[in-house]
Design a protein around this ligand. Structure first.
Ligand SMILES: Cc1cc2nc3c(=O)[nH]c(=O)nc-3n(C[C@H](O)[C@H](O)[C@H](O)COP(=O)(O)OP(=O)(O)OC[C@H]3O[C@@H](n4cnc5c(N)ncnc54)[C@H](O)[C@@H]3O)c2cc1C
Length: 455
């Protein structure tokens, strides 16, 4: 491809923006990123917005392509499986993958964001902070910006603009006024609140380090992800309204009673529970689907701006980083033929981002409810046994999404078939040792083509 210094404007220096910017600069583009927030490396972040993320194969691949993954190893904590906590304090560990090579990695969003911004600036990307995009002047190839400190508004030319401005995207909102722009948003009736389990003495984790902890309680749950400093970043998911909803847990007494009743083993390790709970806001979770993602050759949506999903498959940023991988591959294939690249990008991604959006909603029920169910645990064991016997043919849905880079749409469709096979095999038994291997062989070979044939 030609090495022109064509200018590309990116809106949003969250997680996708800087990663994409690095790929573009390395391909010879002149990249400016406009970010509405102040620079988090200089200004402390607001409370309750520090979520940990689980990075897995798709995200790791994109970071490897940008030659960043090795340097991130020092800021991640591998999580080998789920550690379930019952109300009585019993612990049950359930592996995520077939062995220790299949883990997910806990990383602080802020640490990841800072690492990406540092790397982007080192690569030559210019990030301008406190520059809020207010909208687009499409015919004039411009974006409208407001300087958040001086409140002054201005226009900046943006021949090629890529909107990585997250789930509340201002650019996408501006596109709502365009003819034939399709848009849907669906909020969960659940909210989330961040809490912290501080480090113990000598920065020791007070719970098992290499696990994602879950307190599944049927209609709600608490989770905790390990940090490198010995603390855990926790997220409490409750319905907004009704029984055990945020509406019922507001005063100090209500918070203390709720935790003592539902999560008694957490109370001793969360000394700042009440202050934390009161200080941190309740966030909402939404699925956003829209199309088209691009306007002619001029701008395109990417990451959460194009497809916000709920967090229960731990795939939001993995999916966003995979957007970057695919976009850069298309740019390498077609050169700076932007209309072609934008159209091919949406064609390649939309079916897959729709699929992970739906799987993420389904996984909420699995995490908060089914992980504590003995039948579910039996099926998980059966999945691993079937994978070991039929590699390349039967791969658990969770693994297809998390430990492979198979299209999400394929994980969804094969996942449905596999679920039926598992039902047929597991319904008559209570122990994985009693699996009917003849039947398993028949069902799998007749219903699931080898993956190498379908890719
Ligand atoms: C509770 C929770 C848990 C999650 N857990 C996981 C997980 O375990 N694994 C995972 O992969 N994903 C997870 N996610 C999803 C993940 O956080 C998002 O998918 C990811 O942050 C999206 O990246 P992005 O760059 O598209 O958007 P963002 O990270 O939201 O970045 C958008 C950036 O644009 C800026 N911006 C916004 N509007 C404007 C504007 N008008 N002008 C200029 N700048 C603007 C914002 O300030 C921000 O910096 C989770 C999300 C939540 C809410």
């Amino acid at each position: 491809m030609s090495r022109t210094k064509q200018a590309v404007t990116i809106i949003g220096a969250g997680l996708n923006g800087p990663l994409l910017a690095i790929g573009l600069v390395r391909r010879g583009f002149d990249v400016t990123v406009f970010e509405r927030r102040p620079d988090m490396r200089r200004v402390p972040m607001s409370a309750g917005r520090s979520i940990n993320l689980a990075i897995s194969t798709r995200g790791i691949h994109a970071l490897q392509q940008a030659e960043l993954w090795e340097s991130m190893r020092s800021i991640i904590v591998p999580m080998k499986g789920r550690m379930m906590h019952s109300v009585q304090g019993e612990l049950t560990f359930q592996r995520y993958g077939k062995d220790d090579s299949e883990v997910i990695n806990s990383i602080s969003r802020a640490d990841l964001n800072i690492a990406l911004m540092n790397a982007a600036e080192q690569a030559g990307v210019q990030i301008q902070f406190q520059q809020r995009c207010l909208g687009l002047d499409l015919p004039g190839n411009k974006i409208r910006l407001r300087d958040e400190s001086s409140r002054q508004e201005r226009e900046a030319s943006a021949e090629i603009a890529i909107a990585c401005d997250g789930s509340g995207s201002a650019v996408r909102n501006a596109m709502l006024r365009l003819n034939r722009f399709n848009y849907s948003q669906e909020y969960l009736d659940y909210g989330y609140k961040e809490l912290t389990i501080p480090a113990g003495a000598n920065q020791k984790h007070l719970l098992e380090t290499n696990a994602l902890h879950i307190w599944p309680r049927g209609k709600f749950m608490l989770i905790a992800l390990p940090n490198i400093d010995g603390s855990f970043a926790c997220i409490l998911f409750l319905p907004f309204e009704g029984e055990n909803g945020f509406v019922e847990v507001q005063t100090s007494a209500e918070i203390a009673q709720f935790f003592t009743r539902q999560f008694p083993d957490v109370v001793p390790v969360m000394p700042d529970l009440i202050a934390n709970f009161m200080a941190n806001p309740v966030g909402s979770m939404v699925t956003i689907k829209c199309s088209p993602w691009h306007v002619d050759s001029r701008m395109v949506l990417m990451g959460d701006a194009a497809h916000a999903i709920v967090p229960f498959f731990g795939q939001g940023i993995n999916c966003g980083f995979e957007d970057c991988t695919v976009f850069l591959e298309l740019l390498d294939r077609h050169g700076a033929d932007w209309p072609r690249v934008f159209a091919a990008f949406e064609q390649a991604r939309k079916v897959n981002t729709d699929a992970i959006a739906d799987m993420a909603v389904d996984n909420f029920v699995e995490m908060r409810d089914r992980v504590a169910d003995p039948n579910f645990l039996l099926r998980k064991k059966a999945e691993l046994a079937l994978e070991a016997r039929y590699p390349g043919r039967f791969i658990p849905k969770y693994a297809m999404v998390t430990f492979h880079r198979l299209p999400y749409s394929l994980a969804l469709s094969r996942g449905v078939i596999q679920e039926k096979i598992l039902m047929e095999l597991c319904n008559p038994i209570t122990r994985v040792e009693d699996l009917d291997w003849n039947k398993a062989g028949q069902l799998i070979t007749s219903r699931l083509a080898p993956l190498e044939q379908v890719l």
